[in-house]
Design a protein around this ligand. Structure first.
Ligand code: COA
Length: 167
């Protein structure tokens, strides 16, 4: 059996190790990581999936981003341990986290990834939404959790700036 749980601070490095295993070396050089630098992931949407022995099988994280005045969620990274791929864990994490995002009041979600995989969850190419270069525009995908949420949204995707606290 697989148990889903919200990621905790104690999970952080284990999830990082899973991502290191599943992605090519240098994953943090990807432009999407520049949108995550110094920004906290979205609490309540970052999930872990563990087996009966507590072994981490899969994980998903989300970050807040902005496109002009519009807020959006950046989905990812999502990864499933190589020994557990193809069992539907990725789909479970996608569907559960997108439902939670809707429940938390988020209207639009985007990601950079393979359209043939993400189309099954309702993601489509986002025209006019630009990730920091170098990003293949065909891999910039979005889903409107609320109908029409992406209408009129275009421009550069930017970090959700965190207000600086001076002491
Ligand atoms: C991509 C990933 C998250 C999918 O998770 P998963 O649990 O293996 O996927 P599921 O079991 O839900 O779905 C399996 C199906 O997705 C397909 N699929 C997996 N990765 C795919 C991809 N990159 N492009 C197209 N289809 C893909 C499989 O062929 C399979 O198809 P089928 O249902 O027709 O047999 C997982 O394979 C993974 O961690 N890969 C390495 C890291 C990665 O690439 N993350 C995504 C970054 S864009």
């Amino acid at each position: 059996m697989i148990r889903l749980a919200e990621e905790t601070a104690e999970d952080w490095w284990e999830v990082e190790a899973l991502y290191d295993l599943c992605f090519a070396p240098g994953r943090e050089a990807l432009s999407s990581y520049r949108l995550r630098d110094g920004v906290a992931p979205v609490a309540g949407l970052c999930l872990t999936a563990r087996d009966d022995h507590g072994i981490l099988a899969a994980a998903i994280r989300f970050w807040p981003v902005r496109i002009g005045q519009h807020e959006a969620l950046l989905l990812g990274p999502i990864a499933v341990h190589p020994t557990r791929q193809g069992e539907g864990l990725g789909a479970i994490l996608m569907r559960e986290s997108l439902q939670r995002a809707l429940d938390l009041g988020h209207g639009r979600v985007m990601l950079v990834g393979d359209a043939p995989y993400y189309a099954r969850f309702g993601f489509e190419k986002l025209d006019g939404v630009e990730m920091p270069p170098p990003t293949n525009p065909d891999r910039v995908l979005g889903i409107a959790l609320v109908p029409g949420a992406w209408e009129g949204v275009s421009g550069q995707v930017e970090r959700d700036e965190v207000p600086q606290v001076h002491q």
